[in-house]
Design a protein. Structure first.
Length: 290
């Protein structure tokens, strides 16, 4: 396991509850904004939240997953909570790695179809869950984006001149955008490749994880995150979802919301030496598709 007193403390916390793992191999999967994840023997994942807000999010995720897991065909984590202290969660590892653009581009046509069909069905199943049951399980509204005026103030000046006009038109269109014709649904709203367990050898999706930010949002917004992998995947998911649900989705709305998400993220991180340039690249990538 990665050295250091903090990591050693996490191992001790795990062994206090699971002493049978004393001979196991512990690997730190990384320290995120909200939690640290520990892999044990490549079969168990333990998550340790960093602060009270992260603790609440972890408890909410466990409650939501208890409802979601039996209702969907997609494998998702089976979280169990241990109050500690420190509070942490445990679940069986869903094997697979992230799915990034360059990896998607190498997939066969059949693998792309299968991936899109699985994700389309996952979203259709989530959107069919009873809203009141999900509220009782702890679901709230997904995190709101920054207001249009803040995006204009902070994001547009950070963009190259050639992108400012495109971004400005997008924000103006967003200001006038009517409510989603399908209203609000409970959904994942985080379906990018960093939350996927993808078997690259078998070219198949083994499951998704990190539903802590799932909640109620506008239905079309569900379909914007897969564009971080590929616009081709987004189009395939949308087509599959339409076939499953009978709903006709507005691709222009999805493209617009994709851009607003990226502009909102840029507005939050424009001054960050690492995140800022990455967010500008994300906006440029989106602008090249509209």
């Amino acid at each position: 396991m990665t050295s250091g007193p903090a990591i050693a403390g996490l191992r001790e916390a795990i062994l206090r509850v699971f002493p049978e793992l004393a001979g196991a191999t512990f690997t730190c999967l990384g320290v995120g904004w909200h939690s640290t994840a520990v892999d044990v023997d490549d079969r168990l994942i333990f998550k340790f939240p960093h602060h009270e807000a992260a603790e609440r999010a972890l408890m909410r995720e466990a409650s939501l997953l208890a409802v979601v897991r039996p209702a969907v065909s997609m494998p998702v984590p089976d979280l169990t909570l241990h109050s500690g202290p420190p509070l942490f969660s445990r679940h069986e590892k869903i094997r697979g790695g992230h799915l990034l653009t360059e990896q998607y581009d190498r997939l066969t046509e059949q693998a792309r179809r299968d991936l899109a069909e699985r994700l389309a069905r996952f979203y259709a199943e989530l959107h069919g869950l009873d809203p009141e049951i999900m509220r009782r399980a702890g679901a709230g509204s997904v995190e709101a984006w920054l207001p249009p005026d803040v995006i204009v103030e902070k994001a547009l000046p950070a963009l190259p001149a050639g992108l400012r006009a495109v971004a400005g038109r997008a924000v103006a269109e967003w200001r006038e955008l009517p409510p989603d014709p399908y209203g609000m649904v409970y959904g994942f709203f985080d379906g990018h490749g960093w939350n996927m367990a993808f078997d690259h050898d078998g070219q198949k999706l083994n499951g998704v994880y990190d539903l802590a930010d799932s909640g109620f949002g506008a239905l079309h917004q569900e379909f914007i995150y897969s564009s971080f992998i590929s616009p081709d995947l987004t189009e395939r998911i949308v087509t599959g979802y339409e076939a499953l649900t009978g709903r006709r989705l507005d691709r222009r709305r999805i493209a617009l919301l994709t851009g607003i998400l990226r502009l909102s993220e840029l507005a939050q991180h424009a001054d960050h030496p690492d995140h800022g340039p990455a967010m500008i690249r994300n906006v440029a990538e989106w602008a090249g598709t509209v």
